[in-house]
Design a protein around this ligand. Structure first.
Ligand code: IPD
Length: 267
């Protein structure tokens, strides 16, 4: 099996689901409900986009495992699994703000093998295959992605996100009040997968967050690593949904230390 074939499937289905959700958002009233907290939203288009992706995967790759943010869960036998976030940045989607995305990753025994993140509002498609670099495709063509060369913490532009639970987001915001004075500025775009692609494209120098779902980060983290970014948790371990920092390699250690120091000020 070629990993590029998995990348092509991820890309195609991300484009299809993005078009479906964007058309739904434009033409129909939104029906929204809540999930983990009163601000963790889901719409009928999150579910329809996931259903579409899962249906197509079952046709194209009937023996693969599938896990989706909106509850899809299929056990596979092929050794390949898919992690799907049908609409990452549902709050942006709900408010008709740009920057929501469809994120699809294929995972094998060695980790994330291929991934695609599609941002319908900008028409951008970010993709990567393990070991083969990361790319951005728009209507102007395809270009290779490269992380920034930022090394200086004081002039680093850093993206982050917040959890949905009020206690967690309050803690995260308090930490930011300390961190923000040690860096250039903070950006909160509203979709983790897109934050990761922004680091890959050198549009921000780093991104960190805690408490993500595996579907939020799988594709974007591979895209960032394949663009030359360093990825990990805050203490030298591997990146995981509970704790992820992705940054320009020369910035990573200083940013990790700054995040931990901003936390330590709490104790
Ligand atoms: C959320 C977004 C947001 C991040 C949250 C995620 P969702 O995903 O990625 O940027 O800060 O932690 O849960 O709920 O919109 O798919």
């Amino acid at each position: 099996m070629l990993l590029t074939e998995l990348r092509d499937i991820a890309a195609r289905l991300a484009l299809e689901a993005g078009a479906l959700a964007a058309a739904g958002r434009r033409d129909q009233p939104i029906v929204a409900g809540t999930k983990s907290t009163g601000t963790d939203m889901v719409t009928q288009f999150d579910r329809a986009a996931e259903e579409h992706i899962v249906g197509r995967l079952r046709e194209l790759r009937p023996h693969d495992a599938i896990v989706g943010e909106e509850g899809s869960s299929t056990i596979g036998t092929s050794g390949v699994g898919w992690l799907i976030d049908p609409i990452d940045g549902t709050t942006n989607f709900l408010y008709d703000l740009p920057g929501w995305a469809v994120s699809i990753a294929a995972v094998d025994h060695h980790g994330t093998a291929a991934g695609a993140v599609h941002v319908p509002s900008s028409g951008e498609l970010f993709t990567a295959v393990r070991g083969e670099g990361a790319f951005l495709t728009t209507d102007r063509g395809t270009t290779r992605l490269r992380c920034s060369e930022q090394a200086d913490l004081a002039t680093a532009l850093v993206a982050t996100g917040f959890g949905y639970a009020p206690e967690r987001r309050t803690r995260q915001a308090v930490r930011l009040t300390r961190l923000i004075g040690t860096i250039r500025d903070i950006r909160r775009f509203g979709a983790a997968s897109v934050d990761l692609c922004h680091v890959a494209a050198g549009r921000v120098d780093g991104y960190f967050e805690e408490g993500l779902g595996p579907w939020d980060l799988a594709a974007g983290e591979l895209i960032a690593r394949e663009a030359g970014c360093r990825s990990g948790d805050f203490r030298g371990g591997a990146a995981r949904p509970e704790e992820i920092l992705v940054a320009a390699p020369a910035l990573f250690d200083a940013l990790a230390t700054a995040i931990l120091s901003a936390d330590a000020a709490d104790s």
